[in-house]
Write a protein that binds this ligand. Sequence first.
Ligand SMILES: Nc1ncnc2c1ncn2[C@@H]1O[C@H](COP(=O)(O)OP(=O)(O)OP(=O)(O)O)[C@@H](O)[C@H]1O
Length: 257
Amino acid sequence: MEKQKAHIDKSNTVIKIRGVEKSFADYDVLRGIDLDLYQGENLVVLGRSGTGKSVLIKLISGLLSVDEGTIEVLGNEVTTITERALEDLRIRIGFSFQNSALYDSMTVRKNLEFPLVRNRKGITRKEINTAVETVLEAVGLSQTINQMPAELSGGQRKRIGIARTLILNPEIMLYDEPTAGLDPITCIEINDLINEVQQRYHTSSIIITHDLTCAKMTGDRIAMLLDGQFQRVGTFDEVFATDDGRVKPFYDYNFIQ
Ligand SMILES: Nc1ncnc2c1ncn2[C@@H]1O[C@H](COP(=O)(O)OP(=O)(O)OP(=O)(O)O)[C@@H](O)[C@H]1O
């Protein structure tokens, strides 16, 4: 499906990263990175394995702390925030992690109810039912409501995982390798879903991937992480309009084999 034009508000930066450095032992993973995520945009972070993409998501969500620099998320400085305020902030962020597995012993309905019951004190049964039905419809899986996760395909499980984060109406979505381990057709369906989520929920998203089809289909901008820094940031075509020996093989491997 062709990506619809997104409504991006460049005057509203929802994540602002400045001069962030992070090392483990003697390995400097991030060497002074700057990045802005604008309201309403899908920003793809591309990079080879081990370049620090997952570390970046963990720094943004406060699961790891920076060595240097600042990270502002929805107006909160996460490098100095209290644990309590960080918990409140995390509720405003939807995490679609590679290993964010569903609870195998619960139906799809119960899996989706779980975050609501936990985070929305005082919510009524009627409100829960409406929220579950709405989000299932949004991911195109209304018919699975009473099924168990084991009865779903890999792509369907991924969709339910995304629905489980959407049910809390996050302002920011962080997708870590959303197409990993899926066949090419299912990848395209997930990419379409990421774009639908952007349109319908007006989320601002960071999509971490090394899948260039995913980057091309979903990204309003691409930020390429190379040697610990964002060396190339722009549209897909801008990022790959280069003879840089670190960038070209990436493109050639994905599209010319
Ligand atoms: N908690 C940690 N302790 C020590 N080293 C770590 C830790 N977390 C990440 N690293 C190291 O930081 C580097 C970047 O890891 P990261 O998981 O961010 O890579 P990635 O770009 O997400 O790769 P992939 O695409 O394979 O998931 C790796 O060399 C990894 O071993």
